[in-house]
Design a protein around this ligand. Structure first.
Ligand SMILES: [Zn+2]
Length: 301
């Protein structure tokens, strides 16, 4: 069975759900790139693993040397839009195309490599997004998180927690019925087309519990459950699309003196950093022993 480790580089400033995020943006982004990201790169190095990084285009030029070194180390840089709009699917087709094109251009300008893969902010994707990716020459999308448990939790979170109710878009529940393994996708999200050259690589959904294999929502539930999920995916011959977010590597000390509340990062940071590093060490060791590790751009269907 094949497995991928892939990480979304949403910075601390992308987690604030009010207008002040614009003001706080620059120093918060610096924390993520300068202090947090090196911890993840260290783990990969120690395990000799290559990962797919979904990058936000507006940050690339300011950290060009960092992104070049990541690409030169053999990792994959993929497109996570130019500005990370949580409302991507509500934008006009022209605006969606621009979000995709500008991020791809920023990565190409900084590293000389053009991304071939894409993940939408918040796992929200639509036929318009897929059409735009095809037009830009992309070969895969990995945005579909077809877990109804995840969608139900997200809807509840949006209803009770967010200051700005409009800030997060949820995928239609109807999209939870699609294929579970990478597939050649038609112009419609959950439909196959054997003649299509374009792949959808869904985030893995764990059998029985219908939970996504996303460490951001597994970390708090502990290592034994996470390893149980991995074994279920392997037993069911599911491609292991393991999705992380860079804020999972934030230390409590990184947040000291920082203004703003970070609902998710504060939950991760409540777990001692050393324990989280051990969690990922064990998870990656187990993945390597059970799976062939691949970059998303090398997945075939
Ligand atoms: Zn994101």
């Amino acid at each position: 069975m094949q497995a991928s480790i892939n990480i979304d580089l949403d910075t601390l400033s992308d987690e604030i759900d009010d207008d002040a995020r614009q003001i706080r943006s620059a120093p918060l982004r610096a924390i993520t790139y300068e202090r947090v990201l090196p911890r993840f790169l260290d783990i990969l190095d120690r395990h000799g693993l290559k990962a797919t990084f979904f990058v936000i285009g507006r940050d690339v030029a300011g950290h060009a040397a960092l992104f070049r070194s990541i690409a030169e180390a053999g990792h994959e840089l993929a497109n996570h839009t130019m500005t990370h709009p949580k409302q991507l699917v509500r934008l006009s087709p022209e605006e969606i195309a621009r979000e995709i094109r500008e991020c791809g251009g920023a990565v190409h300008a900084a590293t000389g490599v053009k991304p071939t893969g894409f993940r939408a902010p918040g796992y929200t994707v639509s036929p318009v997004v897929l059409a735009s990716l095809r037009a830009e020459g992309y070969t895969y999308d990995s945005s579909l998180n077809a877990s109804w448990v995840y969608l139900a939790l997200k809807r509840a979170f949006k209803a009770v927690r967010l200051n700005d109710q409009d800030y997060i878009v949820c995928q239609p529940m109807a999209d939870t019925t699609g294929p579970r393994n990478p597939y050649r996708v038609s112009t419609q999200l959950s439909q196959r087309d054997a003649n299509s050259e374009f792949l959808e690589i869904p985030v893995s959904v764990v059998p029985y519990i219908h939970y996504p294999f996303v460490t951001s929502v597994l970390l708090q539930l502990g290592l034994p459950l996470t390893l149980w999920c991995l074994r279920r995916l392997v037993a069911w011959n599911r491609f292991v699309n393991c999705n992380l977010h860079i804020n999972e590597f934030t230390d409590k000390a990184d947040l000291q003196g920082v203004e703003g509340t970070f609902y998710f990062t504060e939950q991760y940071a409540a777990i001692p950093l050393a324990d989280r590093m051990r969690y990922f060490d064990t998870l990656f060791t187990e993945m390597k022993s059970r799976c062939e590790m691949v970059l998303l751009r090398d997945v075939r269907a």
